[in-house]
Ligand binder design. Structure first.
Ligand SMILES: [Zn+2]
Length: 285
């Protein structure tokens, strides 16, 4: 329940363009930072009403040791709550950069958020063992929908792994660590790393190249995002609940991707006769 509450609050902040909500309620802050006592939340609100800039942290929902940072300010007489990003504790992964202005006293305070997450829903948290972050853009007429995903290997390693032995999509499927539709939750799995950008068709889940969707041939004009001609993979679609949200089942585009791989003559192993099995006849030159 608690994790669901944090998710709900993060979803609200992530959906807002500037990640800011006006006139935040005590209940919302209690959802985002369930480790805080009610008198502590009241104290935060009082300080913010006194025109102080108040920041507090809340536990993550996906990655062990991730902490969301929120700021309460008063602007033109109205309180505003802003989500400013995610910090990662040292143990959560090796890319962590701790902000230089954290003081020793802050660590105890941070410990409470991490402990709360570990005690209340620790079995739903995972260690970050990902090496490649990918933002998938599902293209719709109304605009792209972003899915943030992390994989255990880099794109180059995954291509190398697939090289001739299996379809690339199969490796992507197997290497997925985490995926989310939430921008704010995505920050937990990305940390401070840049992400690879991939567009896929919002109609059928097919890969996109310069001529549009490679399966249903829908045209996409925006060239601001890299195309990789890679359809969305099953594990990703299931993880974020998008599998049955297409007009055309994504299974079709996936099947075609696999069929193309199987039909690619370049990848067919050349049949070679072992030397010791070559029979030669005397008299033959
Ligand atoms: Zn398509």
């Amino acid at each position: 329940m608690t994790r669901a509450g944090i998710l709900e609050g993060l979803g609200l902040l992530g959906a807002a363009k500037t990640h800011t909500l006006h006139a935040p309620t005590t209940a919302l802050i209690a959802k985002l930072a369930p480790h805080l006592e009610s008198h502590e939340i009241a104290g935060l609100l009082t300080d913010a009403r006194d025109s102080k800039i108040v920041s507090f942290i809340g536990p993550g929902v996906l990655i062990r040791g991730a902490e969301h940072v929120y700021v309460l300010t008063k602007q033109q007489g109205v309180l505003q709550l802003q989500w400013t990003g995610v910090f990662r504790r040292k143990e959560s992964f090796h890319y962590t950069v701790l902000p230089s202005n954290w003081k020793q006293a802050d660590y105890e305070y941070r410990e409470r958020a991490a402990n709360y997450a570990a005690v209340h829903y620790g079995n739903q948290l995972q260690w970050d063992d990902s090496r490649e972050c990918v933002t998938w853009f599902f293209m719709y007429a109304s605009g792209p929908r972003e899915v943030r995903a992390a994989y255990r290997r880099t794109w180059a390693e995954m291509l190398q792994l697939a090289n001739g032995r299996c379809p690339f999509l199969q490796v992507l499927d197997a290497q997925l660590c985490a995926a989310t539709l939430h921008y704010t939750v995505g920050a937990e799995i990305f940390g401070d790393r840049a992400s690879r950008l991939v567009r896929v068709c919002g109609n059928c889940g097919g890969g996109i190249d310069a001529d549009g969707c490679t399966y249903c041939h829908t045209l996409y004009t925006s060239a601001s995002v890299v195309d990789s001609n890679t359809p969305a993979h099953l594990h990703l679609l299931e993880e974020v609940g998008l599998f049955d949200k297409f007009n055309v089942s994504p299974i079709n585009a996936i099947k075609v991707h696999y069929a193309k791989w199987a039909a690619d003559s370049v990848r067919q192993p050349t049949r070679q006769v072992p030397h010791d099995r070559v029979i030669t006849f005397s008299g033959e030159t």
